[in-house]
Write a protein that binds this ligand. Structure first.
Ligand SMILES: Nc1ncnc2c1ncn2[C@@H]1O[C@H](COP(=O)(O)OP(=O)(O)O)[C@@H](O)[C@H]1O
Ligand SMILES: [Mg+2]
Length: 349
């Protein structure tokens, strides 16, 4: 069984941006080890794990060039694709287009379909679909273009997001506004910087859960992970900001600590399971996904967003939940790959 591990690493911008400051400059106690992740080494390790399981696996970095993929596809004729393409030519909206190529080539691939990838890419559309199915999501308003006055009836604090990004892009430590002045400044900034519609929503103070779902026809919920904000200093909001996700030199990175399994009352846990499965199905997710939720102080769960094809590297959230459910890293990769292989068996050519 020939497996192409397809990904797109044309730039190393995140690493480059932060590699200049030295750990000795930090004015807080780091919690995590400070290292620069090397995405290419991570794909190598995935290939190595799959080879150990007996698959004929190889990695393919498409380097922002569709021809690289097509040439390889013709030459190597993979039986199945492990899809890690999340962005094309710096445009996250083209993630779904890339999966569309697999569909047209009639090759089985892991993860969500183009439709699910495209719908979830829009936080606004996702919220619309979830709300229409009775799934709770923070109250929101969507602005297509910059305006002189942003009229709204939301309660402060309000969080401002670019509508079409993920991985906390545009949701940095300044994303939460506590009054209209901050809100207007932030919305104008997001329009200028990201040139796309802006979503504003009521900020839900409280606990944050990541609920991982695994499966194709019969998806199941994995042990829930929580982000522990208890050591976050007062001058930072309790959010998983861009800095918290990506910048090991920033304090927020060390004060957003994942815990799995999260401890919560059985009733809330059962509700989180139910909501995660409903959201997974409503958005057309497949194989693996992660649903981000908040639990308000009055014990209501709110879905923030649905992430099809979340990060599968060993120390990322999805694999933490898999490990917590008793799956080794190897077995996790195999389980996900086998969903695609199974679909391939009944796929019309
Ligand atoms: N309505 C909200 N209330 C409280 N925190 C929020 C809200 N929306 C987003 N956040 C915070 O911002 C983070 C990133 O937002 P999210 O919508 O999940 O976007 P991304 O796709 O960038 O992960 C969340 O993990 C959470 O910490
Ligand atoms: Mg998120």
């Amino acid at each position: 069984m020939k497996v192409a591990i397809v990904y797109n690493e044309a730039f190393h911008w995140i690493e480059d941006e932060y590699s200049t400051s030295a750990p000795k400059d930090l004015n807080f106690e780091p919690y995590f080890e400070i290292y620069h992740s090397d995405p290419i080494a991570e794909y190598d390790s995935i290939a190595e794990n799959l080879r150990k399981l007996g698959y004929d696996a190889y990695i393919l970095n498409i380097t922002d060039d569709i021809d690289v993929f097509l040439k390889d596809f013709k030459k190597n004729k993979p039986d199945v694709i492990f899809n890690f393409v999340e962005i094309y030519r710096e445009n996250a909206e083209l993630e779904s287009g890339f999966a569309g190529i697999y569909e047209l080539l009639r090759v089985p691939y892991t993860g969500a379909t183009p439709m699910a990838l495209a719908t979830c890419q829009s936080k606004y559309l996702t919220k619309g679909i979830l709300s229409s199915m009775g799934i709770n999501t923070p109250k929101f308003i969507y602005f297509k273009e910059p305006q002189k006055i942003y009229k709204h009836n939301l309660n402060y604090p309000i969080i401002v997001k670019p509508s079409l990004e993920d991985a906390s892009v545009g949701i940095d430590v300044g994303a939460v506004a506590i009054d209209y002045k901050q809100l207007k400044k932030r919305i104008d900034y997001i329009f200028a910087e990201f040139k796309q519609p802006v979503l504003i929503e009521e900020y839900i103070p409280g606990r944050e859960f990541n609920v991982a779902v695994l499966g194709d026809k019969r998806p199941k919920v994995l042990p829930i992970s929580e982000i522990d904000f208890s050591s976050m200093p007062d001058h930072l909001h309790n959010i998983v900001s861009f800095q918290a996700k990506w910048d090991p030199m920033h304090e927020a990175y060390h004060k957003t600590i994942p815990i799995c399994p999260a401890i919560m009352p059985n009733k809330i846990e059962a509700e989180a399971h139910d909501i995660a499965l409903k959201a997974f199905k409503a958005m057309g997710c497949r194989d693996y996904a992660r649903i981000d939720m908040r639990l308000s102080r009055d014990n209501k769960l709110y879905v923030l967003e649905v992430n099809p094809n979340p990060d599968l590297t060993e120390d990322a959230g999805f694999m933490r939940s898999m490990a917590c459910a008793g799956y080794s890293y190897k077995r996790s990769l195999k389980t996900i790959l086998e969903f695609a292989i199974k679909r391939g068996k009944t796929m019309p050519k």
